[in-house]
Design a protein around this ligand. Sequence first.
Ligand code: SAH
Ligand code: F3S
Length: 510
Amino acid sequence: MSEVRDGIIRDNKGIDFNKLHENTLNVLSADAQSEDFELIPVKDPRQTMEEMKSKYAIRFPKIGVGKTYLIKTYGCQMNEHDTEIMAGMLREMGYTPASGVDDADFILFNTCAVRENAEDKVFGEIGRLKPLKRKNPELILGLSGCMAQESAVREMVAKTYPYIDIVFGTHNIHQLPELLEQAKHSQETIFEVWEQAGEVVENLPKVREHGVRAWVNIQYGCNKYCTYCIVPYTRGRERSRLPEDVVAEVRELAKQGYKEITLLGQNVNDYGIDLKTVDFADLLRMVNEVEGIERIRFTTSNPWNFTDKLIETIAKCDKIAEHIHLPVQSGNNYVLRRMNRGYTREYYLELVGKIRQAIPDVSLTTDIIVGFPGETEEMFQDTLSLVREVRFDNAYTFIYSPRKGTPATRFRDQVPEEEAKDRLQRLMDTQYAISKEINMKMKDQVVEVLIEGESKTNPDVLQGRMRNNKLVLFQAPRDTVGKLANIRIMEPQTWLLKGELVEVLEEVGV
Ligand code: SAH
Ligand code: F3S
């Protein structure tokens, strides 16, 4: 039943999760697990972005006029940005945003597959929509994002949630308009999931969240194959956008009045490896030249390949904000090796030292997984000691979640759930105390903040971010939104700082 053309699968079966990177196999063989795996060479066409860029224009049939849409987004910024693009396409088709599920004509779940609980939540919500679908057969339900790339999920949809109308993946979001058109005439779920990245379609419309900060994709996919992670399978291999396309988009954003941009990729410091002519530091320098942009952020970096040139660039370019999200995952070398992270604890600590020396005010945040298979209490203590040594500003902490098809699920020594939960709690307690201590030191300091808009939790106050990404809440007139201001920190807390306005600064570049 499966029809595969040019690496595109057109049925609900599919992805072969056994395509493993050679590095991963090396790690596994060290643990005598390699017999579990079959290496199927991954086709690496090494297409350049130029070759991949779409030659055809997307059609936007006006079938959404008078209709409304709702997109529920889970997971990382890449997904949130995909949602902005899909919303942009829907607007082109005439759709307007719905106020809730009850008055929506099209509901789309843009999903995350990184941990199992996120997936369970999505299925729970889709289950709750069944009565709505019965009441309004015209309602169209869609599932997109990383879950859609998993064959097990597609089988589940076919079996348990056949009332979902369209399922499409991370490589073909530009097909949303045509899928919606097809859905009008189809009684069955339409599965349109590409196994591999096809052409990159530039210049799709986007509806950005607000007018001050914007995300800009610089790279798609990930080649790192950490043994726990599903992203290389759901987002494909690393592809960098051409620097001129990135710079053109940033220029356009500056023209529209955006002040801050965040360059997005699963692994931004690998940017350009496929292009061969430019690296991430070069791109940062180019973006730093764009007039009107005041702050540049990027996420996510990988400790591997975080070069001296990159550190120097961040230190030297005035617009690059002093914040680096540098996932460490574990402080123990055995665990790091089994995770296939490609660095050691010592390397990571040395890197942090170099970064802090070159960028003294830098704020460092990280991701950490506890309960990775084989992690003993002693190994976990290495993670705690690393956290105490580095003193991160913040850490996103996770319990290891086995993802079907990833190598780590085959490791035999899984950590019992209770044990993992206990480690997570101790890790969080340690980090919270550090985050609070760091913030407390900021009392009475005057800091520069870019005013973003109303606080998400209290519309009576405005929120802004310091260059190092810390969130600050304060009272100020609405017309200061989009401006830089000096704020005196009055009441530091663990996750945010409350302050008062000292002065609004002249806008840079005006
Ligand atoms: N480079 C990506 C990382 C994606 S996953 C990015 O841009 O954010 C985000 C984080 O989720 C990882 O850094 C890791 O700490 C965590 N994670 C990934 N797979 C996981 C798994 N199977 N179980 C628990 N946490 C996981
Ligand atoms: Fe996942 Fe590791 Fe890439 S965490 S996104 S495989 S760097």
